[in-house]
Write a protein that binds this ligand. Structure first.
Ligand code: ADP
Length: 496
């Protein structure tokens, strides 16, 4: 079995504990990808000491030159797209068409970051005093702790690390324990592209131990976390106590609304992709479907037929629509919610059990599941399941039902009525609203994130993320040759 290492202080090294964890293919658990370091706080300490040295050099490198490195990363990701997609599917399960999209998002993010190296705009504004200039500009912050989940093993680390690096920070990267192989290959590519070795530290391990050590570390002033709302709360408490800058991207309970006037074929394709793509394991997955009464029965019939025809299987095989869940824990969580749905009296229309049969018995496969007559406020309608489970309700007050959850990531409305479309963009309480498109589909050059308990006000992607990874500094240059007191001298002698 292949043994992988951490990348700390410019070298591939074993963990100080000498211990490892296994990574297996969720479509076939007899397929072992390798063993990966179980790191501890001692490894994080070494990584931070090195990253601080890396930061000193990198933060002084001109931003356009930092961007050039990221452009080369984008080139390498393009050249190796198929190979990376294949290894990503092997370790987390989603079909290769989706993992290619994941790599593509990394490529897009790299090229966007590279071009940002020639912007990183500040402002120059008039001073209120004569012969004085006033301007703002961006400064790097320091060592960034990057903690990522399993569902977008490449895209999410790139969303975080490319802007962090472009802004001149060093990174300590902790990939989710389900996807350490993709994390390793990603770091190899960063190094091959010419990133100075001490600017990136890869420390594998489990969240409660090594992830926690990153969050607790006093010399990591900046944390970016994507994961569950429960873990985000723990991370947030520590970061608040230690005055760290923190970006949280957490859960979702995203709804697709289908109005009576919608193009139903289009809405059908949208909900199938939104609910069952990535086996429902996306923070933007469509886990609720809100149907207006006029089309409710007809649309539900169309949907159940199609859901039953989706092909489950190994994501590396041609023709697979849905891969496995990522782990036994994920599968058991979905099973618990099936019990909850049934005990709350919801109508199970299809799925609701592990998928069995040829090619499925060695993996964590679960049938696409649809519950109907789910009332607003019931647990299936409120809680994030992170699996292929869709709750359907009929509602006259679709917007209110959409908004009555604690999360606020994405929403979708299918309608041909322009008033309803714009009203939805205004009134749905989410960071992203899609019109005539599913709840998934963010593009790398727009801000991504949610309101309420999905996030803490920051955004990933687009232009906004550069604010998070840099400190705004202001410079005043007075070339008058005399003391000029702001708010005082410029108002002396003002007529009453
Ligand atoms: P998910 O359910 O999406 O896997 P988690 O919140 O469990 O979400 O995990 C997201 C990331 O956070 C993973 O890399 C995981 O190892 C890490 N993590 C889990 N617990 C902690 C913790 N207490 N402190 C820091 N990181 C953690």
């Amino acid at each position: 079995m292949k043994t992988f290492r951490n990348f700390i202080a410019g070298e591939w090294v074993a963990p100080s504990s000498g211990e490892y964890f296994e990574n297996r293919n969720p479509a076939d658990t007899t397929d072992v990808i390798g063993r990966f370091p179980l790191s501890t706080a001692a490894d994080v300490d070494r990584a931070v000491a090195s990253a601080k040295r890396g930061f000193r050099e990198w933060s002084r490198t001109p931003a356009p030159a930092r961007g050039d490195v990221l452009r080369r990363v984008g080139d390498l990701l393009s050249q190796r797209k198929d190979e990376i997609a294949d290894l990503m599917t092997r370790e987390m399960g989603k079909p290769v068409a989706e993992t290619k999209g994941d790599v593509q998002e990394g490529i897009d993010t790299a090229y966007y970051a590279a071009s940002e190296g020639r912007r990183l705009f500040g402002h120059t504004v008039p001073s209120e005093l004569r012969d004085k200039w006033a301007m703002s500009f961006r400064r790097p912050i320091g060592v960034a702790g990057i903690i990522t989940p399993f569902n977008f093993p490449l895209a999410i680390p790139t969303w975080k690390m490319f802007p962090a690096l472009l802004c001149g920070n060093a990174c300590i990267f902790k990939p989710a324990e389900d996807v350490p192989h993709t994390g390793t290959v990603f770091v190899e590519i960063l190094l091959e592209a010419g990133l100075p070795p001490e600017v990136i530290q890869l420390v594998h391990g489990v969240g409660e131990q090594e992830g926690k050590a990153i969050v607790d570390h006093p010399e990591i002033p900046l944390i970016s976390f994507t994961g569950s709302t429960e873990t985000g709360r723990i991370v947030g408490e520590t970061a608040g106590r230690m005055h760290k800058r923190l970006s949280l991207e957490m859960g979702g309970k995203n709804a697709q609304i289908v109005m009576d006037d919608a193009n139903l074929e289009l809405a059908l394709e949208g909900v199938l992709w939104g609910a069952f793509g990535t086996t429902g394991q996306r923070c933007t997955a469509t886990s609720r479907l809100i149907l207006q009464k006029g089309i409710h029965d007809r649309f539900l019939g169309m949907l159940v037929d199609k859901a039953k025809s989706l092909k489950l299987g190994d994501g590396r095989k041609e023709g697979t629509d849905i891969g496995p869940l990522v782990s036994r824990n994920a599968l058991e969580k979905v099973e618990r919610y099936i019990d909850i749905g049934q005990s709350e009296g919801n109508d199970l229309l299809c799925g609701g059990r592990r998928a069995t049969g040829k090619g499925l018995d060695k993996g964590f496969f679960f049938e696409p599941t649809i519950f109907a007559r789910v009332e607003a406020g019931q647990r299936l309608e409120q809680e994030e399941i992170f699996g292929p489970v869709l709750s359907v309700s009929d509602a006259d007050e679709a917007f209110r039902v959409n908004n009555d959850v604690k999360y606020g990531l994405s929403s979708s409305i299918y309608t041909t009525n322009v008033q309803d479309a714009f009203r939805a963009m205004n009134e749905l309480e989410n960071g992203i609203t899609y019109v005539n498109a599913p709840t998934i589909g963010a593009e790398a050059h727009l801000p991504f994130g949610g309101v309420k308990q999905t996030g803490n006000g920051h955004r990933e992607g687009g232009w906004e993320v550069y604010e998070f990874y840099s400190e705004t500094k202001v410079g005043y240059v007075d070339f008058s040759g005399r003391l000029q007191r702001a708010q005082i001298d410029n108002y002396l002698g003002t007529p009453d």
